[in-house]
Design a protein around this ligand. Structure first.
Ligand SMILES: Cc1cc2nc3c(=O)[nH]c(=O)nc-3n(C[C@H](O)[C@H](O)[C@H](O)COP(=O)(O)OP(=O)(O)OC[C@H]3O[C@@H](n4cnc5c(N)ncnc54)[C@H](O)[C@@H]3O)c2cc1C
Length: 379
């Protein structure tokens, strides 16, 4: 059988794309290498995603409105989110739910590893593991994560800038009780010299993790130091680690194939947020694919649309990371700026709905003044 579209990778980006294509009546196969895969992930998602994709309440383990940021000197700023919350999901349940939705919409789900892709004038031949017969499809969506095989096989530009992130899961204990309803972020060079550390509570455990640019530091040592600094003596019951792309690929659309989510490098700098962008790019990519099949509209429209919507956010966070993540003195200044109520409002509004909300002119001037003051103090 010749499928209209083969979606490679059954994480959030691939599952969303497969569901939309199937719902629109296009024959779609969703190929996932491991159906019981547990993607290493903090599982923090914004309210805007929960609303847009109608994520059921039973999947959102916690709805957190309290957050704190901690500086290298141990100063902690507590914040409250008045207009929304950070949702906490567990990826093993979340991904399964999204794949089942795609199946219910008509997608064929296959468990296999994609090993090789051949391309001819009108189709792709996708070679699978487990001695399964190859799959043929007119179009391909690469949704196979940070180390995308699809991208390599189809000759997309490389994506070299990656963070290696490690996370450990701990059962609740006395030391972890204060974090039960709180998201805490650590900006501390000893925990991460170029990224940050996080403490994310779930219903029956707490996920604690940190990240650093690949090949630069020993992630295990950083994680160990983080856990020691929190004051934990108990052992984690699960260790997990994976790469996070830190930059969109130079191009992620071709004549008959696109990349979505981590495969395309669609994770914001500074905060490493990827689930929202995976699902949004899966959606935009699938809609563009439908237009391509029906009206021959080039698939580059997907990439243009994504960049138009989100480049300002990617750019803003890139600037923030390159300015404030350089040294502990600058991190200290960054945390000090977070004390400002307007800074908190702007940060939360843009996090929750991924819209850059312009502040009134007077507020912008005030924030700029504070930035200059703290930068001068920190450098
Ligand atoms: C430790 C850590 C913590 C994170 N915390 C957060 C967070 O709190 N919030 C947030 O928004 N983001 C977070 N992220 C980022 C987030 O996990 C990713 O951005 C998101 O999972 C991307 O979704 P995706 O569907 O594009 O890719 P993935 O979720 O990586 O899914 C890719 C899928 O493709 C499959 N696959 C890979 N290769 C093949 C192949 N050859 N054949 C078939 N299948 C294949 C994999 O098994 C996988 O299921 C975190 C990342 C890490 C590593």
């Amino acid at each position: 059988m010749l499928y209209d579209v083969a979606v490679i990778g059954g994480g959030p980006s691939g599952a969303v794309a497969a569901e939309i294509l199937s719902r629109a009546g296009h024959s779609t196969i969703l190929i996932e290498r491991k159906l019981d895969n547990v993607k290493p992930c903090g599982g923090a998602i914004p309210l805007g995603l929960i609303e847009e994709f109608q994520i059921p309440d039973e999947l959102v383990e916690k709805k957190l409105t309290r957050m704190s940021v901690r500086s290298p000197q141990g100063k902690t700023i507590f914040m409250h989110m008045p207009n929304g919350y950070v949702g906490m999901v567990r990826r093993e349940r979340f991904d399964r739910y999204l794949r089942e939705k795609a199946q219910k919409a008509g997608a064929v789900l296959v468990e296999a590893l994609v090993k090789k892709i051949d391309r001819s004038a009108d189709r792709f031949t996708i070679h699978l593991s487990k001695d399964l017969p190859p799959v043929e499809a007119s179009f391909v969506i690469g949704a196979d994560g940070a180390n995308s095989k699809t991208a390599d096989e189809l000759g997309f530009p490389p994506n070299d800038l990656k963070v290696i992130a490690m996370q450990q899961r701990f059962r609740y204990s006395e030391a972890l009780k204060p974090y039960e309803e709180l998201v805490e972020i650590w900006f501390d060079g000893e925990v991460s010299p170029d990224f940050y550390g996080w403490i994310f509570p779930k219903t029956d455990h707490i996920a604690i993790g940190t990240g650093t640019e690949e090949h630069r530091h020993n992630i295990r040592q950083l994680q160990q130091r983080f856990v020691e600094k929190i004051g934990l003596t108990e052992k984690p019951y699960l260790d997990e680690a994976a790469k996070i792309p830190m930059k969109p690929r130079r191009s992620f659309s071709q004549e008959r194939a696109i990349l979505v989510g981590d495969a395309a490098g669609l994770v914001t700098p500074a905060n490493g947020e990827g689930i929202f962008f995976a699902m949004r790019s899966g959606k935009l990519g699938a809609l563009a694919m439908i237009e391509r099949i029906r009206n021959r509209t080039p698939l580059s429209s997907y990439e243009k649309e994504f960049r138009k919507l989100y480049s300002p956010i990617f750019f803003g966070l890139q600037v923030l990371q390159s300015v404030y993540y350089k040294s502990d003195r600058l991190r200290e200044s960054f945390v000090a700026i977070c004390r400002d109520k307007h800074v908190q409002e702007i940060t939360f509004d843009s996090y929750l709905y991924k819209k850059m909300v312009p502040a009134p002119w007077s507020v912008q001037m005030k924030i700029m003044g504070k930035n200059i003051y703290h930068l001068a103090k920190g450098s």
